[in-house]
Design a protein around this ligand. Structure first.
Ligand SMILES: Nc1nc2c(ncn2[C@@H]2O[C@H](COP(=O)(O)OP(=O)(O)O)[C@@H](O)[C@H]2O)c(=O)[nH]1
Ligand SMILES: Nc1ncnc2c1ncn2[C@@H]1O[C@H](COP(=O)(O)OP(=O)(O)O)[C@@H](O)[C@H]1O
Length: 211
């Protein structure tokens, strides 16, 4: 039987380097498939429908919610973002490790539904560096940047719910660390829920036999 891939969540403050890290993982390793989210946010310069996101209206997004078409969805800074179901299921069955680059509320919903998923939180080495990267990217107005930095503070409260905090200082090192975590997550003992269920079932036999 072919091994099912794992579900890997990458969250992090806006400007932390999630997108950059994901690109690096996809280009360096062949075990990954990236889930493309649907959003109501407008495309940034250079972004293409169906590549970075499926850019849709609120109406279309809400239709997809009604059709039960998302594994999870959330609102972030005034827009909807959601993970379409079909692709993720298909790719995991095909043995790929599926990357969901999603924010924290969505990550918590994934953890509930898929307790064996791997949750990574990407952070820059400092808050100052975060601001520098966000400004340097040059894709948002000063107001939106301020909103996202304020949101980063709120999000920092949920960081400890993640399996690993990944500091994105040197990109190569960061990608290599992520690859290691994924490999480890694929080993049986760390697929905890499945493993615990199995071994408990086996141990039950001893419990019955003992007086
Ligand atoms: N819950 C959820 N969050 C998402 C999804 N897609 C993207 N996000 C998150 O939405 C937030 C805003 O994304 P975006 O507007 O592209 O800004 P960026 O993170 O600065 O590039 C980020 O934290 C993304 O990780 C999704 O399908 N579901
Ligand atoms: N390790 C890194 N060192 C320096 N700059 C980085 C690093 N990773 C990403 N960046 C830069 O920071 C900015 C934000 O990165 P991006 O991947 O768009 O973040 P996110 O997807 O988390 O919002 C971009 O201009 C990117 O080139």
């Amino acid at each position: 039987m072919q091994n099912k891939g794992i579900l890997m969540v990458i969250s992090g403050f806006s400007g932390a380097g999630k997108g950059t890290l994901v690109k690096k993982l996809l280009s360096e390793y062949d075990n990954y498939a990236l889930s493309i989210s649907m959003t109501t946010r407008g495309p940034r310069e250079g972004e293409q429908d169906g590549r970075e996101y499926f850019f849709r209206t609120r109406e279309q997004f809400e239709e997809n919610i009604a059709k039960n078409g998302f594994i999870e969805y959330a609102q972030y800074c005034g827009n909807y973002y959601g993970t379409p179901k079909a692709y993720v299921e298909e790719q995991m069955q095909a043995g790929k490790d599926v990357i969901l680059e999603i924010e924290i509320q969505g990550a918590m919903k994934i953890k509930e539904q898929f307790p064996e998923s791997l949750l990574l939180f990407v952070t820059p080495p400092s808050a100052e560096e975060l601001q520098k990267r966000l400004v340097g990217r040059g894709t948002e107005t000063a107001d939106v940047i301020a909103q996202r930095l304020a949101r980063a503070y709120e999000e920092s409260e949920g960081m400890d719910a993640y399996d690993y905090i990944v500091v994105n200082d040197d990109l190569d090192e960061c990608a290599a660390a992520v690859q290691k975590y994924v490999e480890a997550a694929k080993n049986v003992p760390s697929r905890r829920v499945e493993f615990i269920t199995e071994i408990r079932e086996e141990l039950k036999g001893f419990a019955k036999g003992a007086k």
